[in-house]
Design a binder for this molecule. Structure first.
Ligand SMILES: [Zn+2]
Length: 198
């Protein structure tokens, strides 16, 4: 099995997406994987899912993926834009990440699971080798995903609870759905909104 086939399977790259090149930089503890949509391959409109001609490609974007062999793993791609008769020029969706994210879906899922298990942001950031901002970005996205899924009309009673963390130096206010036992929102220092899982 060659490197591309190995990474194709590890990353779950589904045709017609394919791996163009893999760059290994051991001294930097990272591997960079370049994905591409084949040149003559028609694309799919993200609005109506019709098959359309590829119009052009966007400038390259990079996503952090789960580590492979303890190497920080990054996916790069110039996402094609299709020309749809109805929806004009649209950027195609990619299967590995949500729009505007700097991380793959798998990475975000693991980060949130780690946070749930550890209940510790510092540890999560350290283990996943994330900056504070990067972790907050993932948490914000999880909140927004939860909010978009949630229907408030199913919530009958709400509980508020103040909890301390960082050895009592900081406080967060947790809002819960007391019947459904869901955490609805977490507010830190009453200014910055954080987490959590819904
Ligand atoms: Zn369309």
């Amino acid at each position: 099995m060659d490197d591309k086939e190995l990474y194709r399977q590890i990353l779950g790259v589904v045709a017609p997406w394919k791996i163009k090149t893999i760059e290994l930089a051991l001294e930097q503890d990272r591997v960079d994987i370049y994905l591409e949509w084949p040149k003559l391959q028609d694309g799919t409109c993200p609005e109506c899912e019709k098959t359309c001609k590829v119009h052009d490609r966007r400038t390259e974007r990079t996503w952090r993926h789960l580590d492979t062999c303890q190497l920080k793993t990054f996916i790069h791609c110039q996402i094609p834009r299709v020309k749809c008769d109805e929806h004009k020029t649209k950027t195609m969706e990619v299967p590995w990440a949500e729009d505007m994210s700097r991380f793959t879906k798998q990475f975000e899922r693991i980060a949130i699971q780690f946070l749930e298990a550890s209940e510790n942001r510092s540890k999560t950031a350290e283990v996943l080798r994330l900056s504070w901002d990067e972790l907050n970005h993932i948490m914000e996205k999880a909140v927004n995903r939860g909010l978009s899924r949630r229907t408030d009309d199913t919530i009958k009673t709400i509980g508020m609870d103040e909890k301390s963390y960082l050895k009592g130096q900081s406080y967060i206010t947790v809002m819960t759905d007391t019947e459904g036992k869901r955490i609805l929102d977490v507010v830190q220092d009453r200014k910055n909104k954080y987490l959590i899982f819904i």
